[in-house]
Write a protein that binds this ligand. Structure first.
Ligand code: MF3
Ligand code: CO
Ligand code: CO
Length: 277
């Protein structure tokens, strides 16, 4: 069993740089989402941007993953592999980027958002907006005195289910740092008061996958693509966070609003740090 890594101030500075690059990359790619573009083209743009910023895409070659980002369309829950698929009006797509900065000691920034391709259906809008809110609720639950990992999932699950959506269980948030995926695992469902206590120096992601139908999903034969078993729509948002002495800091907070996302400007342009009230 791996142990949780507690990052020093200097290490969190490295995580801030990686997080900022991940956020910039997501804003950049959001401008390219439109009907007619293929997921391969989005991948190539992410790959070129990442290289141009002297970074490497962590997904490329990760346990054999063949591309530089994940593109998960409609009923794809996560780990969609970019390819020849052409986006069409009414689709939803999650783009998940994870640059690593060798010049900042190999720290990772991991962030994703779900975008509207053209005009969304009411159902698509519902699941996407619930997922967006679930990430905010998860961050709020973490940003409390004596918060535990289980508080995050409990808050997310309560909200999602009150909105008639369900929470994927097979994939969780994760510790992150010089390693892409580490302890602790951060479930998006669960019991308040359970799990490890949040402590200064911890860095982890919250990345709820929210389904319109049943929570179950399964992996396709490609060994990566996870789809909802009932074929219902699934949406996801992800941020990388650090626990600092002032509270939980959103390392992948954006300095501009995402395009094709109906993101509220005030949600993104605020301070990078949250503060424990
Ligand atoms: N970025 C994903 C996450 O949020 C992981 C992708 S792993 C890959 O944890 F290999 F599929 F890229
Ligand atoms: Co992640
Ligand atoms: Co990710």
């Amino acid at each position: 069993m791996a142990v949780i890594k507690y990052h020093s101030g200097a290490e969190i500075d490295g995580m801030r740089r990686a997080g900022r690059l991940a956020a910039d990359c997501l804003v950049m790619i959001s401008e390219h989402i439109r009907p007619g573009i293929t997921t391969d083209e989005l991948d190539r743009i992410v790959a070129e941007y990442t290289t141009s910023r002297h970074a490497r895409s962590a997904p490329l070659g990760y346990n054999g993953f063949p591309k530089s980002c994940c593109t998960s369309v409609n009923d794809v829950v996560c780990h969609g592999i970019p390819g020849a698929r052409v986006l069409k009006d009414g689709d939803i797509i999650n783009v998940d980027v994870t640059p690593v900065l060798p010049r900042a000691n190999g720290f990772h920034g991991d962030t994703s958002a779900t975008f509207y391709v053209g005009e969304p259906s009411p159902q698509a809008r519902h699941v996407v907006e619930v997922a967006r809110q679930c990430l905010e609720i998860g961050i709020d639950a973490a940003n409390r005195r004596n918060a535990r990992i289980g508080d995050i999932g409990a808050a997310i699950q309560a909200y999602a289910e009150a909105q008639s959506c369900t929470v994927v269980r097979a994939y969780c948030g994760h510790g992150i740092g010089r390693v892409f995926h580490s302890e602790p695992s951060v479930p998006h469902h669960g019991v308040p008061g359970s799990g490890d206590k949040l402590k200064r120096g911890m860095c982890f992601t919250i990345e709820p996958m929210i389904n319109l139908g049943d929570w179950r999903c399964h992996e396709l034969d490609d060994g990566w693509t996870a789809v909802t078993t009932d074929g219902s729509l699934s949406a996801q948002f992800e941020h990388t966070l650090a626990v600092t002495k002032r509270g939980v800091e959103v390392l992948t907070a954006r300095s501009a609003v995402l395009q094709n996302s109906e993101e509220k400007p005030w949600a993104q342009l605020g301070p990078l740090a949250c503060f424990i009230p």
